[in-house]
Design a protein around this ligand. Structure first.
Ligand code: HEC
Length: 201
């Protein structure tokens, strides 16, 4: 067998090229930021599970922050045509006013869907099953891990205040599944919620 001096070099070159590709991919993955949801199963949950989820969503106050308020005859009321669809993309918020000294520390949009505080500005998420802008592609595990860890999909960025995940993390697995199952049955609303804004330096 004759020794071909070109071969090891080309192998090394291939190895280097693979390494370079892998590094580029790793950097691209970091830059594109958010992890992707795992995809949702299409099996509908039993009616009693969905009913339990609706009850929990109602009493846990998810609508208070995730459904925009609109002005009604008696004052602000939740706009149920936009139920649980998060901060409306059409409502572009100006920068918050500078935080005052003292105990008044949080500013809330008139819709109750955008919050400015020491953490910066946070916008409530679209919890409807829209696949592009809501939770449509979230698996049950994605949803459970988000509530349990306070991180997007359980492995992304930290979820900011005032989302009460430190309390909701105490939901049982069965109740988390019920909430998830109910949220899959509500009308999908196409609403791309803005990214949070870090605190002004
Ligand atoms: C006091 C206001 C408030 C209440 C009540 C609330 N949320 Fe949130 N929620 C938020 C805010 C604000 C965010 C966005 C935080 C961020 O961008 O970091 C959020 C984010 C989320 C996310 C994360 C979405 C993502 O893409 O990572 C989920 C899931 C969620 N909420 C579900 C719920 C459910 C279910 C309920 C009711 C059981 C609920 N929230 C009640 C304010 C609230």
């Amino acid at each position: 067998m004759s020794h071909d001096p070109a071969r090891p070099r080309s192998r090394a070159a291939i190895a280097l090229a693979i390494l370079a590709c892998a590094t580029t991919a790793a950097i691209a993955a970091t830059q594109s930021g958010a992890p992707k949801p795992d995809g949702a199963a299409n099996t509908p949950a039993p009616a009693e599970t969905i009913a339990r989820g609706k009850y929990l969503v109602t009493i846990a106050g998810c609508n208070d922050c995730h459904t925009p308020l609109k002005m009604g005859p008696q004052g602000p009321e939740p706009d149920m045509d936009r139920m649980l669809s998060g901060h409306p993309a059409s409502l572009v918020m100006p920068p918050p006013t500078k935080l005052p000294e003292g105990p008044w520390q949080v500013q809330i949009a008139a819709t109750s869907t955008a919050f400015a505080g020491p953490w910066g500005v946070s916008y409530t998420a679209n919890l409807t099953p829209d696949e592009d802008t809501g939770l449509g592609l979230w698996s049950l595990a994605n949803f459970r891990d988000t509530l349990r860890t306070g991180k997007h999909l359980g492995r992304g960025r930290d979820i900011l205040p005032p989302m009460p995940w430190p309390m909701y993390r105490n939901l049982t697995d069965a109740d988390i599944e019920a909430v998830y199952s109910y949220l899959r049955t509500i009308p999908a609303i196409d609403n791309q919620v803005p990214e949070p804004v870090p605190p002004a330096g």
